[in-house]
Design a protein around this ligand. Sequence first.
Ligand code: FAD
Length: 398
Amino acid sequence: MNATATTPARTVLISGAGVAGPALAYWLRRHGFVPTVVERAPALREGGYAVDFRGEALDVLDRMGLLERIAEQDTEMGDALLVDGDGRAYATLPSVVFAGELEVLKGDLTRMLYEVTRDGVEYVFGDSVTGLTEDADGVEVTFERGAPRRFDLVVGADGLHSRTRALVFGPEERYVRHLGIHTAVFGLDNYLGLENTGRLYAAPGRAANVFTTRADSGARAAFHFASEGPLEREDRHDRARQQRLIAERFADDGWEIPRLLREMERAADFFFDANAQVEMETWSKGRVVLLGDAGYCAGPTSGRGTSQALIGAYVLAGELAEAGGDHVAAFAAYERELRGYVTEHQAMGREGAERFFGPAPTQEVLDAIAARAAGQARTAPVRLRDYGLRVARAARVA
Ligand SMILES: Cc1cc2nc3c(=O)[nH]c(=O)nc-3n(C[C@H](O)[C@H](O)[C@H](O)COP(=O)(O)OP(=O)(O)OC[C@H]3O[C@@H](n4cnc5c(N)ncnc54)[C@H](O)[C@@H]3O)c2cc1C
């Protein structure tokens, strides 16, 4: 198909209002495109776990004029302590390892991205794409609830279990590589009286932690455990089965584990998923392109997923603008710009997962990881070009 012979793309459907989707909508609008965002959840997802930013992602937030507002929501996380089964601290985990240069609750980030885009972007909540049929000039899209619509381009920013990817590239099993760990995250009262810090307990093949943040008057806890493969399909949606599985894995553990298991059962919010990566030979097919976790998830153990989503959105919108809406040229350039950056983060995600299966880390090992994390924040190989925009870079937070 010769894209340059067709009308340049203007209307863009974005599936997913997590991090990548709203960020892309922001930049597309700045470049004169007309984005629509469809989100499966009935409303914005609040709360959630903490996510952090490193390196160039801070520049993207700055270029969006969001850095100061995000910095106001900084969790101000301090170092955390590793404890043994009797609750005795035996090492300190420096915050740079798990909280990056700036850390916020994911719900706060999503809300801020939504607020800066809602006036100029159509958001459709509580709906999902069910079919995509491409022809020479655009894509016919059908939805679970809404009437069919037509767009010039479609972007799958719908996360690890992307439906856009499944519809266009095939089943998830082909692209999602399980890292051998499952994670559950939930909220609870700060009954340990922690202030901007956390406690981590690690045993072979399993770990648990509790953290408090400035932005969160309660606390958040997580269980991580080794798992051989992805859970059966029915377990992916069955909270009671997931919690039984966790209770079995941690049945013999000390420290606060028995209490945390009880807290988990009564938690109002409960997130559970595999730690996984998405590996694809190409991120686009025709007029459909993938962004963020949907196309190149690096896994929670990389600590880089949010940064990738933000930078991916910036580069994809910029390349579309630079190519004058020629999606073939733009998608190729987007991939060229980001491949190396993503490959590096995926290697980090795998290394992080391997550490999980090793012995409990000593202080020496933790310090070495911290030194590396601080260094890597400045060496990610991605260029942020201006793409013809006069971008305001207000205040880089120290
Ligand atoms: C436990 C955990 C801890 C993490 N910690 C960190 C961290 O410290 N630092 C970091 O950088 N990253 C972290 N990450 C990774 C980070 O959360 C992701 O990489 C990031 O959110 C990716 O953004 P995204 O927009 O691509 O996907 P998501 O944030 O997953 O957003 C996808 C959106 O699409 C929606 N959606 C799904 N299916 C459909 C559909 N069919 N139709 C419409 N909408 C749909 C979802 O509801 C969601 O809103 C962590 C992840 C996990 C699981």
